[in-house]
Design a binder for this molecule. Structure first.
Ligand code: CTP
Length: 400
């Protein structure tokens, strides 16, 4: 976390139970050499005391907008200018709504309106509050305005329910901040990165298809990490339930054949190609025009082999830096090595799938192989692994 050293980070805490995690977050940042100031909303002070944050940050905690003690009574402007980066952790549904609508009725929201620094958010709330249309609309609006949003994670919540809405853990947030402060220095900045993501759907009839369990989360995390590293990102995605990351150009396709055609076309403008998509290897030889009616007969589907997108792109564009993924249930490294050679790749990222691993999960573990190199990344969030992968690609490209 060298990139955190001497950085001026403002942690904004709004009123949610996850505020207790922010104490640990501030400790980690301070331990790694950051200068940390904390601003709390009134309701945040109901969950943890400013005194605790003062003790861990080593600085006076700011809570009031109209503070006569603050320099020239312009405390919000001073703090807004001081920060290299602002992280709102936790960011409640209410605080996100205020931010989305430019409301500045307390110190923290006024700072957010007055700053030129990047503002990151770590949302934390009950799962239904997160899923609520109003919150989702605010989330999307904030993303399009360039706010960087980390999480929320899924899991057990303080209210006893289970779902999406948990704030990421302190260490994960510290890692993400470190990466975002570092990433502008990577060799990938200014390069065009084409990423395939998600599953494909192979139609059987107008209502049925063959697909797989890919959620697209890894590919979307890679797109987000590449964008944050300063790259131009083109995301070629199969059907997923994910929003396009801010600033990324997304093309949506359904079938392997559509993805194949579009990838070959888009690769022309790319410097790096990362194939994270879980492309269906086969599609029905015949697509029924009408819905297949049920009968007691056995239904036999004949499947034809689909084109290999990665193979064709890497052979059509020999100068493109091509990165493949290898999802394997056994003999991980052996299969990955074989794919690296067969598909003529510069790098392959192997990950175990099946038995509760890989697909549909928020975490993963990766083995990255390239000519003359190997890096093992132990289990972590897909967001963090994506950042490490982008940095590894940068390093390998740079050293060539
Ligand atoms: N891939 C692709 N087009 C395909 C199949 C795979 O672009 N039709 C890409 C994937 O996006 C991934 C890599 O190739 O980057 C390896 O995919 P994987 O499914 O692991 O390998 P396959 O080549 O399909 O081999 P197998 O299914 O036999 O393991």
């Amino acid at each position: 976390m060298a990139h955190i050293k001497n950085k001026q980070i403002l942690i904004g805490i709004s009123g949610g139970i996850a505020a207790y995690k922010s104490v640990e977050l501030v400790r980690i940042l301070v331990r790694n050499g950051a200068r940390v100031k904390v601003c709390m909303t009134r309701s945040a002070c109901e969950f943890i005391t400013p005194l605790t944050l003062q003790a861990v940050s080593g600085n006076r905690v700011h809570t009031e907008l109209l503070d006569p003690d603050a320099e020239a009574a312009m405390g919000h402007i001073e703090l807004a200018r001081w920060a290299d980066l602002i992280l709102l952790a936790p960011a409640t549904a209410n605080f996100m709504a205020k931010l989305a609508h430019g409301i500045a009725d307390d110190l923290l929201s006024s700072i957010c309106l007055a700053t030129a620094a990047p503002v990151h958010l770590a949302p934390a709330m009950n799962r239904l509050m997160w899923a609520n249309q109003a919150t989702q609309a605010n989330y999307k609006l904030l993303q399009t305005r360039g706010f960087v949003i980390h999480g929320p994670a899924e899991g057990e919540q303080a209210c006893g329910e289970t779902g999406a809405g948990r704030m990421l853990e302190a260490q994960q947030l510290a890692d993400l901040l470190a990466a975002s402060l570092a990433e502008k220095n990577t060799a990938i900045a200014g390069k065009t990165v084409l990423i395939t993501a998600g599953p494909t759907r192979e139609a059987i009839d107008p209502v049925r298809f063959i697909s797989n369990r890919s959620s697209g989360k890894m590919g979307y995390a890679v797109a987000k990490a590449a964008k944050a590293a300063g790259a131009e990102v083109i995301l070629l995605s199969g059907p997923v339930a994910l929003e396009s990351p801010a600033g990324v150009k997304r093309y949506l396709v359904e079938s392997a054949k559509e993805m194949h055609q579009k990838a070959l076309q888009l690769a022309r403008q790319a410097d790096i190609f990362i194939a994270t998509a879980a492309v269906s290897d086969y599609s029905p030889a015949h697509v029924y025009e009408q819905k297949i009616k049920k009968s007691t007969d056995t239904l036999t589907l004949q499947l034809h082999y689909n084109p290999d997108i990665l193979f064709d792109v890497s052979h059509a564009y020999p100068d493109l830096f091509c990165v493949g993924f290898a999802a394997e249930t056994q003999d991980l490294l052996k299969h990955a090595e074989a794919k690296l050679q067969r598909k003529k790749l510069d790098m392959i990222v192997a990950n175990p799938v099946g038995k509760n691993k890989g697909f549909e999960k928020d975490t993963n573990q990766l083995e990255i192989l390239w000519q003359g190199g190997h890096l093992s990344l132990p289990e972590n969030t897909k967001e963090k692994l994506a950042i490490d992968l982008i940095q590894t690609i940068s390093r390998v490209l740079y050293s060539e």
